[in-house]
Design a protein around this ligand. Sequence first.
Ligand code: TYD
Length: 154
Amino acid sequence: MQLSGDQEPVLESRGFGMEKMTQPYLIEFRDILDHRGALTPIEAEKDVPFAIRRIYYIYDVSHGAVRAGHSHKELQQVLIALSGSFNVHLDDGYARQTFMLNRPNIGLYVPQMTWRDIDNFSGGAVCLSLASQHYEESDYYRDYESFIRAVGRR
Ligand code: TYD
C-alpha cells in the first residue's frame, strides 16, 4: 500500500473497543490465504468499531470523476478498495489528510463530521463502504461552508 506523507499507521483489526473514534485510521483486516487465494472476513463491532447498518459500493467510475464531496453528522464509515485504487481526501475542518487505498484487506475508518472527497480512481476500481447508519439525507452536509460553520471554524 502506498501512503501519503502524514498517513496514520495501520492498526490490526480487533485492536479496539466499541468507543466512538474521532480520528481517521487504517484497519488491516485478516487475510486468510491458501493455495486457492485469499479471503478477508469483516465482522461488525469486531473488525470495525460499529454495527454495520448498510453497505454500498461505487464502481464503473467515469474517468476523472470525483465522488463523495460531503460530510456526515453522525454516520461512521469504513471504505475499502475491493478492486483497483483511489485516493480519499479527509478534512475535519482543521486539517486535511489523503489516503490511497489499493488493497482489499485494508479499510479506512472515517469518523463522523469529516468532509471526504474520493478521486483518482483506477480503471476497474470498486469502493466498498460499510456504514453505521441507514441512508438518511438529513445526516449529510453537502455544502462545504455549512460543514465548516458546523465544526465551529466560522
Ligand atoms: P451520493 O451521496 O452523491 O454518492 P457519493 O457519495 O458516491 O458521491 O449519492 C448518489 C445518489 O445515490 C444520491 O441521489 C443519493 C443516493 N443514495 C442512496 O439512495 N442510498 C445510499 O445508500 C447512498 C450512499 C446514496
